[in-house]
Ligand binder design. Structure first.
Ligand code: GTP
Ligand code: MG
Length: 137
């Protein structure tokens, strides 16, 4: 597939980085297929991250992801999933390469500025979680 899904997480929105991050994403060649600002309830954040339900950080992750507004977007580019994960860098910003979005804008492992889908299948599931058929074309 040539699509992936991203969120600008609550830390990056609160810190005023949403514009800079969207600029980096589009400058890297990703087209914005769908875009919205919204806020997850604890229930919807829990559902989005259900695959991590058994992990020790799940409660902290759900609380953080529902703590303030986020930007959700479907992105399009050749090799979108892998290229986007390269653009954002390692999960822990302390380990992320120079110039990556997490290196530039993330606060910590738990507050790491952006989400990027990890597979084509999850990109579809996650995009469908946020956007109706009328909102993505
Ligand atoms: P996402 O793009 O957000 O899915 O990140 P990822 O694919 O790089 O990492 P993963 O899916 O394994 O984990 C999901 C999110 O949980 C990460 O982005 C982190 O914000 C958070 N997370 C992962 N490991 C830890 C941890 O050890 N402690 C805390 N507090 N959060 C963690
Ligand atoms: Mg992940």
């Amino acid at each position: 597939s040539n699509r992936t899904f991203t969120m600008v997480k609550p830390d990056a929105v609160a810190n005023g980085y949403e514009g800079a991050i969207l600029e980096k994403i589009t400058a890297a060649g990703f087209r914005l297929v769908a875009l919205k600002k919204t806020r997850l309830s604890p229930e919807s954040a829990g559902a989005f991250y259900a695959v991590h339900r058994e992990r020790p950080f799940y409660g902290e992750l759900v609380e953080f992801m529902s703590s303030g507004p986020i930007i959700a977007a479907i992105l399009e580019k050749d090799n979108a999933v892998a290229d986007f994960r390269t653009l954002i860098g390692a999960t822990d910003p302390a380990k992320a390469d120079e110039g990556t979005i997490r290196k530039l804008y993330a606060e910590s492992l738990g507050r790491n500025a952006v989400h990027g889908s990890d597979s084509d299948e999850n990109a579809r599931i996650e995009g469908d979680f946020f956007f109706s058929g009328l909102e993505r074309f």
